[in-house]
Design a protein around this ligand. Structure first.
Ligand code: B12
Length: 467
């Protein structure tokens, strides 16, 4: 063989070797739980305003996909798929078709509490299709309750911000090494379901170990990521992970062991420049925590001539303390704010460890509205509300109307402080109902009355749109 031919043959052999090493990874965002008792029980008028579906791209899966991008990765958003076509095939068929098409070596699913059962259904279909495919569970619920995944259809559980650990898992599988060598995971083998021990590497998923999401993976569902009657789709990004507060009902600070991770301003600017979406929702627990950071970020947004519409979660007390900052943000694109009012009563705020005061709600509403910000205020209703409590909340919400308002049911999410406080009073352990739209505890009012009151609350708001 002459030398160019020999060289070409070597290249081909090398390429075959490299390609054959690649693992086929399928990452799935499961469907939403359909359980929504508030919606089911509401009047036709109220139904229009109640959340039927929350829309948003799966940012966690994009991060995971980025960590293993040298492999053959497919991200599949089932929420997006059912939004594109509500009559699409049922879960079992949709997953079986996906498996036939992609023939993956590994299937990973991102899981929040209310989507646990659909996720397990996905794993069951995978194992039935081919027991050799490795199934990996990740996401918030795996972090809070890893033992819920002690099931033969789940091979590996990767709790926490585990992109790099997932990468290690893939490497171990590729090299046919024992998973015992990967720290920070739970896995099922002949010894049963067990933990490999804490990872020795300290990860900072917002700085040193931040992975820039590649939104191209979600192009198929782009049109479905539209909110509030606006045809423009929105994307999510995070400027921080975790939360410095510790509300008793919230999963976020528990998920992060009370740690708070902040991105670099320049990394955010780079991401914003790359994003070809006009609407950007910050996926932070609270976007304004570090005042200096936010000021700097918005100075840089102005300097770089970045023109986007921003959506953020901002606390009422933060707005009252920093009205000038809210004005500055509004001038530079902040258009929608989501605020957890939670309660109009100080004693309830105290019980929830909200570390804010009820009187600040009214002041915050004025600050946001004065800056033409569309405010979504969310109240949580405890199951022991009686008619007088509902009446008092209605009166308060009516005299403090916001553009969009949300009224959900205080729910003991597994892994939270509130769950520990309430666990003996829980009467419904069906996790598909753990999405704040169903009461899983005994209500003081007869159920029908409770839900009737809940539905009526959703009529109290200024705007006519839904977000
Ligand atoms: C974006 C978001 C959504 C999006 C998209 C979620 C999705 N997967 O499709 C949308 C808008 C659809 C959504 C919907 C809901 N959400 Co939501 N959402 C969020 C939010 C704001 C940010 C999540 C996020 O992107 N974080 C950043 C990414 C990078 O982190 P991550 O997703 O955790 O992923 C990391 C790890 O978990 C892990 N990981 C994740 N997946 C996987 C998979 C594998 C294989 C591996 C290895 C690792 C891994 O690695 C990732 C990278 O580090 C959080 C609040 C918050 N600030 O955290 C609430 C939150 C997750 N949502 C929550 C809830 C309750 C809901 C709803 C049920 C109802 C509601 N009232 O909001 C609905 C569900 C559906 C419905 N009925 O419509 C709760 C979950 C509570 C719980 N214990 O389950 C949270 C924590 C809000 C809260 N304060 O309570 N949500």
């Amino acid at each position: 063989m002459n030398s160019p031919l020999r060289l070409m043959a070597r290249v081909v052999i090398f390429l075959i070797f490299v390609c054959s090493k690649k693992m086929k990874i399928l990452l799935i965002n499961p469907p939403r739980s359909p359980e929504n008792k508030i919606l089911e029980s509401a009047s036709t008028e109220a139904r229009h305003f109640i959340h039927k579906k929350l829309i948003g791209p799966p940012l966690g899966l994009l991060t995971i996909a980025e960590a293993v991008k040298d492999h053959d990765v497919t991200v599949f958003d089932m929420k997006g798929e059912y939004d594109l076509n509500p009559d699409a095939t049922p879960l079992e068929i949709m997953i079986a078709d996906l498996l036939k098409e992609h023939q993956p070596d590994i299937v990973g699913v991102t899981i929040i509490t209310s989507e646990l059962y659909f996720s397990m259904d996905i794993f069951r279909v995978v194992k039935k299709f081919n027991p050799q495919i490795r199934t990996v569970a990740g996401g918030l619920h795996t972090t809070l309750c890893p033992h819920d995944f002690n099931d033969p259809v789940v091979d590996i559980v990767c709790p926490g911000h585990s992109a790099y650990i997932f990468k290690e898992v893939i490497k171990a599988l590729e090299e046919k090494r024992s998973l015992e060598s990967v720290q920070g995971i739970f896995f099922n083998n002949d010894k049963g379901f067990h933990f490999t021990g804490p990872s020795y590497i300290v990860f900072d998923p917002a700085k040193e170990h931040f992975l820039m999401p590649d939104r191209q993976h979600l192009e198929r569902w782009r049109s479905t990521y539209a909110v509030g009657g606006n045809p423009e789709p929105a994307t999510y990004l995070f400027s921080s992970l975790g939360c410095p507060y510790s509300c008793s009902f919230c999963s976020i600070w528990k998920e992060h062991n009370s740690c708070y991770f902040q991105r670099d301003v320049e990394s955010l600017i780079e991401e914003l420049k790359r994003i070809d979406y006009k609407i950007v929702r910050f996926a932070d627990a609270n976007t304004i925590v570090n005042i200096k950071f936010i000021n700097r970020l918005f100075d840089r947004i102005a300097e770089e001539d970045i023109h986007k519409t921003f959506i953020m979660d901002i606390r009422a007390d933060t707005a009252v303390e920093h009205p000038g900052l809210i004005e500055k943000l509004a001038k530079n694109g902040l258009k929608v704010v989501i605020t957890g009012f939670e309660s109009f009563r100080d004693e309830e705020l105290k019980q929830y460890n909200k570390r804010s005061e009820a009187k600040l709600i009214e002041q915050a509403i004025h600050i946001f509205h004065d800056n033409d910000i569309l405010l979504r205020g969310n109240y949580v209703v405890p199951p022991d509300y009686n008619e007088d409590d509902f009446k008092a909340l209605s009166e308060y919400a009516n005299s403090n109307k916001v553009t969009y308002a949300g009224y959900t049911i205080l729910t003991p999410m597994p892994g939270t402080v509130y769950y520990e406080e309430m666990k003996d009073r829980i009467i419904d352990h069906d996790y598909s109902k753990y999405n704040f739209f169903n009461s899983v505890m005994q209500t003081k009012l007869p159920l029908e009355k409770f839900y009737e009151n809940m539905g009526n609350l959703w009529l109290i708001k200024k705007g006519t749109d839904v977000i």
